[in-house]
Design a protein around this ligand. Sequence first.
Ligand code: CMC
Length: 446
Amino acid sequence: MDSSLSATQTKKPEGSVTSRETLTITDNRTGKSYEVPITHGTIRAADLRQIKVDPKEFGMMSYDPAFNNTASCISKITFIDGDAGILRYRGYPIEDLAEKSTYLETAYLLLHGELPTSAQLENWTYNVTHHTYIHESIKKFLDGFHYDAHPMGMTISTIAALSTFYHDAKDIFSADSRTKQTYRLIGKMPTIAAFSYRHTLGMPYVYPDNDLSYPGNFLNMLFRTSETKYRPNPTLERALDILFILHADHEQNCSANTIRSVGSSHVDPYSATAAAIAALYGPLHGGANEEVLRMLMEIGSVEKVPNFIKRVKAGEVKLMGFGHRVYKNYDPRARIIKRVAYEVFELMGKNPLLEIALECERIALEDDYFVKRKLYPNVDFYTGLIYQSMGFPMTMFPVLFAIPRTSGWIAQWEEMLLDPEQKIARPRQIYLGHDTRHYVPIGQRG
Ligand code: CMC
């Protein structure tokens, strides 16, 4: 994209439609017109700065709280068409990947831009698998948490603590260093998550088993008790792998924006990833899956759903797991997850909360309140039911989101670092506070 401030003062257009890729803006305060270039359907906010009444002014800015209509980067990683309900990683439809790929292969795709050859996949899997162990001092660090600590809080802190172990991580402009930290982050996330879980139960930590697949080893570290060799159930192992694929990236969501923003200060990737996990923890983002389960339990029975929906419509509560900033159609991930849910229920027995969830969905998809606002089930609506049936406590749900999202975060972080147009993230503000006031000694204040 051409970044020059090419907008110049021009004459007003004569009302004719031109084929130029420009936008003409007339400032009615001065009567002046400005022509600014349009690239990829976008104008550069900096091109507005030439619009001033007085030359001494700072110039026009755009105001966009929560980035509702602002592109903060150029990306080649993930594509979403929210109206059509389309999600693609590096051009590949999510449905294809969920059916045919594995999480580790998908992570490679996100990070490298292409699907791996057999040799590349073997090498990648070997390296991730051989970075799953954590330093014994990290284990001691985890021991310091209280027995009822939330595993997400433990994961945030422990990932941040990794930066104190790997000093080479500061060398963010070395491709070799970035590759090493990528292996470590993707490899160690399940270990840290599983150790956090075992800590809350007061159970001994289970060390990684390098013979198992990525999700299989995670299940081993979570659930192994006295078996000499843990053998994950293939249905649960595959279900978890599919869930990992679906959660791997989602373009400029709150946590991706966080890792880009925090990473733009050139901090090491462990600190930046910890910040992204913290963003994910919130109930409006990755914490929503935990909130959905709490909501379904609070509703309690199918008969009570209409009354709950009434409260949602009155603005008293939100229907958690519904709505999305980008999707104004059925979230394609939710569709796949619903199918996976039935496969898991067939093995583990139906989750008793399923009927309540289905009733919420049925009413919401017909109700004017939800239809008008285009509120559909999102990725978090059914995941909690699956996780619960697989034996996970609710507090682990957001952690199960954070593990696979790590590959997406690193891909977004690296793309930001290598983009010559990116700088330290620093938005502007509209200051509406006091003008200069003079300090009043405490005895003279009213
Ligand atoms: N329940 C009831 N009303 C809702 C909901 C909901 N879940 N979501 C949005 N609305 C209403 C909202 O009140 C607003 O109504 P009005 O126009 O009358 O003020 C309208 O729909 C537009 O919503 P918004 O809050 O402007 O939309 P947003 O793009 O700022 O927020 C969201 C998106 C996901 C934060 C929001 O839909 C929400 O809070 N959903 C529940 C939490 C949730 O499920 N989060 C997971 C998101 S998907 C996975 C992820 O990103 O991690």
